[in-house]
Design a protein around this ligand. Structure first.
Ligand code: EPU
Length: 419
């Protein structure tokens, strides 16, 4: 694995960042392309994860070509219903290809997905939803085989808890099913609305409300051209970076409404955060008080994917903040690394942390990213610190942040990647 070298100068970041297309929107959309004749996706971010998704498409016989942040995807005929163990191990989103592959080929075989290590991440809700729509599923060790020879059948799917991925699996299976599907208690993340917008352009009939209602086509989809929504987690990460350095940034192509809880918290810390003609503006003070509590939870609450970055910010403020992670049981691995850089954060149990802000800055250090957002938190701490920091396992960050070294250098942070 490679590393980032960041020369922190504790100078406020300033300038403009153009936010790219959302990783967590484009991955389910690329998976859904297996059911389409062809598709053109604009604002498709050049990331390790989108390259991995293109490899999975190739494995299933679907062509994918990238050109200037657009992806041209086409099913030329033929192809295979199986995704290799190696490709499935590259990312969690490989499971999102299960339903589209089965819709096209009548069956699909995949392996348990890899992805960021955030505790147990089972796929039971995906499989249960597919069984409700008529799939026959058998699991042997890490292999999952799905048969739906005559396609999926509409039905009522009830989710006990919120799952973004399982909701996406249910939607993609339902659009090609015969009959009507109702998804009760679906996840409501904006990335799910973006998937539905894409599918509707390709000929699906999806209505999003309290319950998601889908009139199945009883067959595959046609062509769609779609611009992927802006990445709200990338935008949130740069907002937090600005707050951590007392900086001032314009984030072009960012939607404040997608990260309202973060904007509110930052305003409470004394930042000016405003939406200005398709951009988000932030002007942050050098010193700030922390709020007493921050709780991550499914949309529209504070997103788990910003919890590590926010924890990194809180440690620089003044006061005690309790952070509670309610989505993943194992999203705490950034904490010992932030402590190595001078933070004072106690892990009470794996989901509750006490951040003891003493108004002190980070110091440079050699640290290791254990997953994508942990890496982002370390980048923020290193940019705020004075001196040269090394962040190992840089590839985790490259999975989800488009052109990060270039974007950082444009706002005043010297950051290099070494393979
Ligand atoms: N869960 C189950 N069974 C399932 C599915 C999920 O128990 O079958 C549990 C998970 O273990 C977790 C909770 O439900 O505790 C929520 O997981 P969810 O299914 O919502 O997450 P996901 O679809 O695997 C997506 C994002 C994640 C993001 C979460 C929550 C993509 C590609 N990934 O994951 O993004 O954290 O939703 O918002 O969309 C990231 O970008 O860093 C990242 C991890």
């Amino acid at each position: 694995m490679g590393r980032f070298i960041i020369e922190g100068s504790s100078i406020p970041v300033s300038g403009e960042v153009k936010i790219g297309g959302a990783k967590n929107a484009v991955l389910p959309i690329m998976a859904a392309c297996v059911m389409c004749g062809s598709a053109v996706l604009h604002s498709c971010p050049p990331l390790l994860d989108t390259r991995a998704a293109a490899d999975i498409l190739g494995c299933l016989g679907v062509k994918c070509r990238f050109e200037n942040k657009s992806a041209f995807i086409e099913y030329p005929g033929g192809g295979s219903f199986e995704i290799s163990r190696e490709l499935c191990g590259k990312m969690r989103s490989s499971v999102l290809f299960l339903a589209p592959a089965a819709a096209r080929y009548g069956r699909a075989e995949i392996y348990l997905p890899g992805g960021c290590c955030l505790g147990k991440r089972p796929v039971d809700m995906h499989l249960k939803a597919l069984e409700t729509l008529g799939a026959k599923i058998s699991c042997e060790n890490d292999r999952i085989c799905l048969e739906a020879e005559n396609g999926f059948e509409g039905g009522d799917i009830y989710f006990d808890t919120s799952s973004v991925g399982a909701t996406e699996t249910a939607i993609t299976a339902a659009v090609t099913a015969r009959g009507r599907t109702r998804i009760h208690n679906p996840a409501r993340e904006p990335e799910i609305a973006d998937l539905c917008a894409f599918l509707n352009k390709a000929g699906a009939d999806i209505e999003m409300g309290e319950v998601i209602e889908i009139q199945g086509r009883g067959g595959l989809l046609g062509h769609a051209e779609h611009t992927v929504m802006p990445d709200r987690i990338e935008a949130g990460t740069y907002l937090i970076l600005a707050a951590a350095t007392g900086g001032e940034l314009f984030l072009k192509n960012a939607v404040g409404g997608h990260i309202s809880p973060l904007c509110e918290i930052l305003r409470g810390m004394g930042c000016i955060v405003e939406e200005r003609s398709k951009a988000l503006y932030i002007d942050a003070p050098r010193r700030f008080e922390v709020p007493p509590e921050i709780v991550s939870a499914p949309y529209p609450a504070f997103p788990t994917d910003l919890q590590p970055q926010m924890t990194a910010l809180l440690a620089k403020g003044s006061g005690l903040c309790m952070v509670r992670e309610t989505v993943f049981e194992g999203r705490y691995r950034h904490i010992p690394q932030l402590n190595k850089m001078g933070a004072d954060i106690a892990v009470i149990d794996n989901t509750d942390f006490a951040v003891n802000g003493r108004g002190k800055n980070y110091h440079a250090a050699e640290v290791t990213a254990s997953d994508l957002r942990c890496g982002a938190a370390l980048v923020i701490a290193a940019a705020a610190a004075k001196g040269e920091s090394t962040i190992h396992n840089a590839e985790y960050v490259l999975r989800g942040y488009e052109d990060i070294c270039k974007k950082m250098s444009l706002i005043g942070v010297k950051m290099r990647y070494r393979a």
